[in-house]
Design a protein around this ligand. Structure first.
Ligand SMILES: [Zn+2]
Length: 433
């Protein structure tokens, strides 16, 4: 019960109390928060001892975090014990136990390297309060049912639950039909899951003629493509598909009431490493995470800034979209010998333009680059459809001066339980190898 009061406290704080006003005020407030946080980190984290100014901190990545795990965290947990603990929880599919009051989790990560994260009880209830403040469709005193489709349950998510807020976890490793009955009974007001799972659920509803009527649908863990967004809006009859862009390293962005993604600059500070005028790689400093400090952590995601401000009036930076992983940028041989970089969005457009030509609605597809000379398109296409896709890639090759790669076609397939990526590069470039 005590815990729920704490969640409520954070809920009220983020929903009603914290008002940033202008961007300038937000930046000023952030600076003070960071400064105070670094005083703590500089004292308690062995690896950062004595560091006071953010610029003194190195830019780090997952490997740094894992290699220096023991000296980095401030709660005295060793990597070995954390790992053993998390693996056991995952194997037993029992995510309730904590290690000395700390929630320990594994992150698979799309790059394949496993990460371990530590979250204290205080951080956990803060997160719950924040998320509820963002997404509850009414007062926190109302009754809600939340259906969560996840790969692993966690203490983290259980803190969202209370007597009024019913929390239902659905294991995405199980078949969709096994969930049907429980899902219907749960009557979720809020439905949360990765886009591929939500799409599967939408198909299942159509096929089996059952329906759920959530007020809020939240997409997590994968890039939400525009086409999929439209399909989900239609299937669940909602005006906005909300998004939480969250990773082990923090809750980085959430959608506002207009459906625009904004950086959560009220809990994280984000430096931008620009790739072109609007695209950037975020470098994250979470000024609320104390157990496992996240300071100047460079993600390998690409975000796109919005050109026009959002009409909701939030001072937090508005995003056009999450483009994808930096690892999924395609590399082709250029006509003039130089390597050409193609961002995932351009690949997506080839598929979408080919579809629109014929007025067909968006269907499932994946494009995988197998080498600098081959790409495979997984999509159920007619011969005509394939030809149109080929033409779009020809146009792209022309415009960006690259040598047209060999394009192979395969029927669409998606492995359940795995993160879906519409655009994916599967070979290492020389520079990255
Ligand atoms: Zn907005």
């Amino acid at each position: 019960m005590l815990e729920q009061i704490k969640v409520l406290k954070y809920y009220l704080y983020y929903k009603y109390f914290l008002r940033m006003g202008s961007r300038r005020r937000l930046k000023k407030w952030q600076e003070r928060k960071i400064q105070r946080h670094l005083v703590f980190v500089g004292k308690k984290s062995k690896i950062y001892r004595g560091k006071k100014d953010l610029k003194e901190y190195p830019i780090v990545n997952k490997q740094f975090m894992m290699t220096n795990f023991d000296r980095l965290n401030t709660v005295g947990i060793r990597k070995k014990e954390a790992e053993a603990f998390a693996v056991r929880a995952e194997r037993d599919r029992n995510f309730v136990p904590k290690l000395r009051k700390i929630t320990v989790g594994l992150s698979s990560g799309t790059s394949g390297k496993r990460g371990i994260f530590l979250v204290s009880d205080k951080e956990r209830v803060r997160w719950a309060g924040y998320i509820l403040a963002r997404f509850l469709p009414g007062s926190i005193l109302g009754k809600y049912s939340i259906a969560f489709f996840m790969r692993a349950d966690s203490n983290l998510y259980q803190s969202l639950g209370s007597r009024r807020i019913q929390f239902h976890f659905f294991d995405i490793y199980r078949k969709m039909e096994e969930h049907q009955e429980r899902l219907i009974q749960a009557k979720p007001d809020i439905l949360v899951g990765q886009p591929s799972v939500l799409l599967m659920l939408a198909d299942e509803m159509k096929r089996k003629h059952f329906s759920i009527i959530p007020k809020v649908v939240i997409s997590i863990a994968e890039v939400l493509e525009r086409g999929d967004e439209e399909r989900l809006k239609a299937a669940f009859q909602v005006e906005v598909i909300h998004q939480v862009y969250q990773c082990t390293e923090g809750c980085l962005a959430t959608t506002c009431r207009c459906g625009t993604l904004h950086l959560n600059e009220d809990i994280v500070h984000i430096e931008r490493e620009y790739l072109d005028e609007y695209r950037f790689v975020p470098i994250v400093t979470d000024f609320e995470r104390r157990a496992q400090p996240i300071i100047r952590y460079r993600l390998n995601d690409i975000l796109i800034e919005r050109k026009n401000p959002c009409s909701c009036g939030s001072p937090c930076l508005a995003l056009e979209k999450i483009e994808g992983r930096e690892d999924d940028v395609f590399f082709f041989e250029g006509k003039k010998g130089k390597e050409r970089v193609v961002f995932p969005d351009f690949i997506r457009r080839c598929i979408l333009f080919a579809e629109n030509e014929n007025g067909e609605s968006a269907s499932d597809y994946r494009v995988v680059q197998e080498s600098d000379r081959t790409i495979v398109v997984y999509e159920d296409l007619t011969e005509e459809g394939k030809e149109r896709v080929r033409q779009e890639f020809e146009k792209l090759a022309e415009e960006t001066e690259l040598i047209l790669p060999k394009i192979a076609f395969q029927p669409y397939k998606q492995e359940p339980g795995r993160k879906m990526k519409r655009v994916e590069r599967k070979f290492q470039t020389e520079e990255k190898a």
